[in-house]
Design a protein around this ligand. Structure first.
Ligand code: PRP
Length: 217
């Protein structure tokens, strides 16, 4: 496994909405990085040796991969992604930001077929969920805009993230079952956690205190 430079923590950040809520939390934890630093250009790697960090921006679904391989010592990622990715990483802290839920949704009043099709970006979670309930389904993987599947007849059901509920409502869909609640988590590479224990524990502790104090975004 490759390791980051000694003394500097390499952090994989997820592009997108979690990042927006993360920066105020980092500031509250004593790490005042501006959201603009990461979003005002197309740069992906940010080396800040004075602050003891190298950050990089990855697609959320790829963050656990970078952390498992040790390219990043730690990462920030939604619990949904963590469950779906099934990577060997340590989950250190619930950051309690970006709350949403992972749910089954579909058109209202439609009785499911005997062997319904379920479209999702989360095939592993969906397979597991329906298997545990003894329900036979055909899971169809999609990369996004999953709400389109029941509208077009590709699938009767979807498994997807519901945050404000706006996307479902504006597409005439309803939430049918809640699978789990989701928030962002701090994760760590298992080897880094031993070799860079002090820096990782210090970051975790600072963030833990910031989470406990609460963040207004
Ligand atoms: C996510 C999710 C839903 C939507 C839910 O999609 O997959 O489509 O947000 O949010 P809401 O309940 O607040 O409307 P995202 O915007 O990440 O894009 P995608 O569908 O292309 O993955």
């Amino acid at each position: 496994m490759r390791k980051g430079k000694c003394g500097v923590l390499t952090v994989a950040l997820p592009k997108g909405r979690v990042l927006e809520e993360l920066m105020p939390l980092f500031a509250k934890a004593g790490y005042p990085f501006s959201h603009d630093l990461f979003t005002s250009s197309r740069k992906l790697v940010f080396t800040l040796p004075e602050q003891g960090f190298t950050f990089f921006l990855a697609k959320p679904m790829d963050v656990p991969t970078y952390v498992e391989y040790g390219v990043a010592d730690v990462g920030i990622v939604g619990k949904d992604v963590l469950l779906e990715a099934g990577r060997e990483v340590y989950e250190l802290l619930d950051l309690k930001i970006s709350p949403c839920r992972l749910s089954v949704a579909g058109k209202p009043g439609v009785e499911p077929a005997l062997y319904p099709r379920v479209a999702t970006k989360y095939p592993r979670i969906a397979e597991r969920y329906f298997k545990e309930r003894g329900q036979q389904v055909e899971v169809i993987f999609l990369n996004g805009s999953v709400e389109l599947a029941p509208l077009t007849g590709l699938a009767e059901r979807i498994v997807d993230i519901v945050s404000t509920g706006r996307t479902l409502a504006e597409n005439g869909l309803v939430e049918l079952e809640q699978i789990t609640t989701v928030t962002a988590r701090l994760i760590a590479n298992q080897v880094s956690y031993r070799l860079k224990r002090n820096s990782i524990q210090s970051l975790t502790e600072q963030l833990r205190q910031a989470v406990e104090r609460g963040v207004s975004v």
